[in-house]
Design a protein around this ligand. Structure first.
Ligand SMILES: [Zn+2]
Ligand SMILES: [Zn+2]
Length: 281
């Protein structure tokens, strides 16, 4: 057993694997969402083109009639997916032995037959979990793909469709509340709980942890119910509002989650209001 190679994962992997079961499950869930997300991205791009809504600073400057944000995020997602498909294929794909004239036999990689759409790329990746699990860079793959999917979710304004509220106090099942609801019902035991109390308990439990700016920016917005970028964290650190803690194994500074929460709550939100933020905190 070796530690999972995905950044910010402390789980151990199975024998000969580089990615743990938890991360593989997380990746599979995200890949399963890609087909829907691809449609949502198209809709977002088209809607903004029709209504001539403000389309983000860069496209506004050059007057492009589409939402550069959603288009760009879609291109990024495609490029991340196809890069890893190619990488996996080159590492594990079937090879034929070809006879080169006058030379030793060479192994030639079969051509990869696959449509270059987001849905096809994601479906292909879902069919090859064991290739991912045994890939030396599997942790990096999980990190990059889950990150790109998360950015796509934000671009189509789905996030956070459900707010994670931690385990049910009665039965332990994971609770996900709709952002506009004050209570959440447990699917397992049917008990109802106050969302705010659950979220406050989760935030309290998170306070003692440390993480890199990227890790915290990924986890905290859903709990806090507001946007929080890794850049804001770095800015706060430079301004002396956050203490840099012991760096991770790649030398990236880490921060205490409790300190980040306090600074975030004391700082007015400047970014656009999302569905979660429009609810009373
Ligand atoms: Zn893992
Ligand atoms: Zn329950």
């Amino acid at each position: 057993m070796i530690p999972c190679t995905a950044p910010s994962c402390d789980s151990l992997t199975d024998l000969d694997a580089y990615v743990c079961g938890l991360c593989l499950g997380r990746l599979d869930g995200d890949l399963a969402d890609v087909a829907d997300l691809a449609e949502e991205l198209d809709t977002t791009i088209a809607r903004q083109a029709r209504t001539g809504m403000p389309v983000g600073s860069r496209s506004a400057e050059v007057g492009l009639p589409y939402n550069d944000g959603a288009a760009e995020v879609g291109r990024d997602l495609r490029s991340v997916l196809s890069t890893w498909v190619r990488d996996l294929w080159e590492t594990h794909g079937p090879r034929r032995v070809a006879r080169a004239a006058g030379k030793a036999n060479v192994a030639e990689l079969d051509p990869l037959d696959l449509d270059d759409t987001l849905a096809e790329l994601a479906a292909w990746l879902r069919r090859h979990p064991s290739w991912i699990e045994c890939h030396l860079a599997g942790g990096e793959l999980v990190d990059e793909i889950t990150d790109a999917v998360e950015r796509a979710r934000r671009a189509v304004d789905l996030a956070p469709a459900r707010v994670y509220c931690g385990p049910c106090p009665d039965c332990g099942a994971d609770l996900y509340a709709r952002p506009d609801r004050a209570t959440v019902g447990c699917r397992e035991c049917e008990a109802r709980h106050e969302v705010e109390a659950l979220r406050a308990a989760l935030l309290d439990a998170a306070r003692g942890h440390i993480g890199t700016a990227a890790e915290i920016a990924r986890a905290l917005p859903r709990l806090l119910g507001r946007e929080l970028s890794a850049n804001s964290l770095r800015t706060w650190a430079r301004a002396g509002k956050l203490t840099r803690r012991e760096p991770d194994q790649h030398g990236r500074p880490r921060y205490l989650v409790g300190e980040v929460i306090d600074v975030a709550l004391a700082t007015p939100v400047r970014s656009r209001v999302t569905r979660a933020e429009s609810q009373p905190a």
